[in-house]
Design a protein around this ligand. Structure first.
Ligand code: CAA
Length: 297
């Protein structure tokens, strides 16, 4: 599998931190030797994406080639050369073996994208979604290639987190599944397999955990700092649940909870949280907006 397309049509605000986060995956794929077409809504944004990937690669290069600036430069340049930042979706998809969609979490918009590329992509091309919480089966429903459809769910920060969740829908063929796993392993990830269930493995456990921490804060049981310290030092997590919520994005956590609450109204784990509603209303989304539960420079 040689060519790969990350369709990153961004429909949300272009703040720097979110930007870096959303594009790091393309850099990791290119660094693993894949040719990547990074599709954006327009050429200007596509060019900007390459700048943010360069920043992410610089961080990785500094770590990988500590004292050797020439090697760092070579790594960055060779990797960047493998990425084609473009807005020409139909043209890019023609030469692609695997499409990974990572656009806004809106079913209608995802359907529009997949309907468009299903007719433009070669028959062998595999489609995957990087959705955090929407059903892959429903996303795939508008295509005629359900046997070549699955989920590939990455974690932030993509260059550091070693997990890739590989999601099989009922129709995903064994061949498609094997290719998705091979792709993940070629990117240096450890793959786990999950059925198309809400939140797959990580978010199904992580989102209720973060929500419980916010409820605990809302009740005034402990301060944000103490909840975070408790889980870091008492349970060995690299980040506490409140700072992790800020890192993931309060809008993202809110969106996931809201969707699940609509779908499973009787499940207490997914009930809305007034404190979270308030912060999101105030556009305090966490690290990416400069303020959430904590303030960031
Ligand atoms: N790109 C490249 N490298 C990065 C990076 C990035 N964006 N962020 C961190 N790193 C590297 C650093 O260079 C550093 O490398 P060295 O140790 O070799 O120097 C290493 O990662 C650790 O980084 P820092 O020292 O800056 O900070 P840290 O030790 O506090 O670690 C962290 C930062 C890796 C983010 C760590 O806190 C962590 O693992 N947090 C938990 C993250 C997590 O749970 N992610 C999943 C979120 S859920 C999700 O993504 C799914 C979803 O659908 C919502």
């Amino acid at each position: 599998m040689n060519l790969l397309l990350f369709a990153y049509s961004q429909l949300w605000t272009l703040d720097k931190k979110l930007w870096e986060k959303k594009h790091a995956g393309s850099g990791v794929a290119a660094a693993s030797g894949f040719d990547v077409a990074l599709v954006e809504v327009n050429d200007q944004i596509a060019a900007k994406s390459l700048d943010s990937i360069k920043k992410s690669l610089t961080r990785v290069a500094r770590k990988q080639f500590k004292e050797n600036e020439d090697a760092q430069q070579k790594y960055i340049e060779e990797t960047i050369q493998r990425i084609d930042g473009t807005s020409d979706l139909s043209k890019s998809v023609k030469g692609t073996d695997l499409v990974i969609e990572a656009i806004v979490e809106n079913m209608k918009i995802k359907h529009e994208l997949f309907t468009k590329i299903d007719s433009a992509a070669p028959p062998h091309t595999i489609f995957a979604s990087n959705t955090s919480s929407l059903p892959i089966t429903e996303i795939a429903s508008v295509t005629k290639r359900k046997d070549r459809f699955g989920g590939l769910h990455f974690f932030n920060p993509v260059p550091v987190m070693r997990l890739l969740e590989v999601i099989r829908i009922n129709e995903t063929s064994d061949e498609t599944y094997k290719k998705m796993v091979a792709f993940g392993e070629a990117m240096g990830k450890t793959c786990i397999t999950c059925k198309d269930t809400p939140g797959f493995v990580v978010n199904r456990l992580l989102v209720p955990y973060m929500a419980e921490a916010v409820r605990m804060l809302e009740r005034g049981d402990a301060s944000a700092r103490d909840i975070d310290t408790a889980m870091k030092l008492g349970a060995g997590y690299p980040m506490g649940p409140i700072e992790l919520s800020d890192y993931v994005g309060l809008d993202t956590t809110h969106h996931i909870l809201k969707g699940w609450n609509e779908k499973y109204p009787n499940d207490p784990l997914f009930k809305p949280i007034k404190l979270l509603d308030k912060l999101v209303e105030e556009k305090k989304f966490g690290v990416k907006s400069g303020e959430g539960f904590y303030k960031y420079n």
